[in-house]
Design a protein around this ligand. Sequence first.
Ligand code: NDP
Ligand code: GDR
Length: 408
Amino acid sequence: MIGMARRFSTPFTCTAVVPQPSTCFEIHSSLENLLLFAQVLTRPIQKGRYLPQVMSGKTAMVTGITGQDGSYLAELLLDKGYEVYGLVRRVSQPTSGRSLINHLLTNEKFHLVNGDLADQNSIDNAVAQSQPDEFYNLGAMSFVPESWRSPMMTADITGLGALRCLEAIRKHAPHCRFYQAGSSEQYGKVRDVPQTEATPFHPRSPYGCAKVFAFEITRNYRESYDMFACTGILFNHESPRRGLEFVTRKVTMTAARIAKGFDECLWIGNVDAKRDWGFAGDYVEMQWRMLQQDTPGDYVVATGRTHSVRDMITLAFSHVGMNLVWSGEGVDTIATDQDGTIRVRTNPKFFRPAEVDLLIGDPALAEKELGWVPGTSFEELVQMMVDSDVAIVEEAVKGGYAPPIPPE
Ligand code: NDP
Ligand code: GDR
């Protein structure tokens, strides 16, 4: 039997009621498992990196609130005294699909509104009713490989979705400031190294093309209607809340599973791709700062350092006691541990039709104009993610249920 399901940003939790293959554990008491999983993922950020708390009295609307960034941004805005409205898609199992924000549901300043970025009416209604001062459009089909499989849907949600938000604001709350979640994927086949706000775009995927449209239409609404509308061109940012299909989380969860005896090997794609990886908790601070300035503008948000997927895997595995030695090239690439066991193998199905080989952002403007600097190093980030995934696997073992498996 083949079950067809909508893609969700938190697929493990959404599909947790469906038994997953497991060598020695049975899934039971799915609600209890979900709560445990959510508790681990939503542990507060330990370091006090945010600006001092300001009791703002403002109202914010956030799309994509159930995703990685949405959950961190909601915490930041609530901390600053905002009334927060999160736009959520209607789902048949609301508790399970919202594991990253379940801990916020009892906060009286936190509200969920049903809506979909594909549906203009629902965004109009949400904006007209909540009258936000600030609107953060984080919602998107955000997984790049899926954008080749579903290019129309990607263009509709990731591209046109931004336009629908701008239209809703123009019609129902013209005073509202707008933030668009732009992406380093807009640069694609890069024309400058490092990439700045002036670097031309050359997207390499339907996702990148949709983000370029969203960027341009945001700028156009700023110029056409004098709206306070900005795009943050954010480079890859990760955290323990990152979706399991993205490479960093796939690596850290698989390293944890291997360390605890659930898997023997990580199957991976192009290990030579290079990314500028930062911590999502640092990056949502910049999203907020962009809407607090006197004049709207677009900013690169990055660390200014780049690492290969290979380096990231080596570092993650070293945190669970495995020192990898790499050999082979392309689809023959493998890595063995100190005992000679193969721990990483390559599968061509994880390669992309067109790759973005190198991304490295220059965050100088963000520092100069908004005083923002990333507070978490790559090494700290990888360690934080490995530690969190080891804890998730250990709690699953204790609870007698199957730990999460990164989807293919
Ligand atoms: P996630 O994939 O974790 O979250 C995506 C969010 O979009 C989820 O809340 C999802 O809801 C929501 N969504 C998807 N489709 C729709 C729809 N049709 N209507 C309403 N909501 C929808 O992304 P991140 O948190 O990592 O990223 C946030 C934003 O930043 C995205 O726009 C992404 O493209 C962009 N970005 C991310 C970067 C990164 O490295 N993380 C870097 C650069 C840009 P549901 O739970 O229902 O699936
Ligand atoms: P990316 O993130 O495409 O940069 O988009 P992802 O983590 O998916 O890929 C990063 C790089 O790793 C290579 N790679 C693999 N990727 C995945 N997912 N799985 C694998 O097995 C694998 N093996 C190698 C990829 O080829 C790629 O080069 C993310 C998303 O959050 C976007 O929404 C966001 O806009 C950009 O970051 C900036």
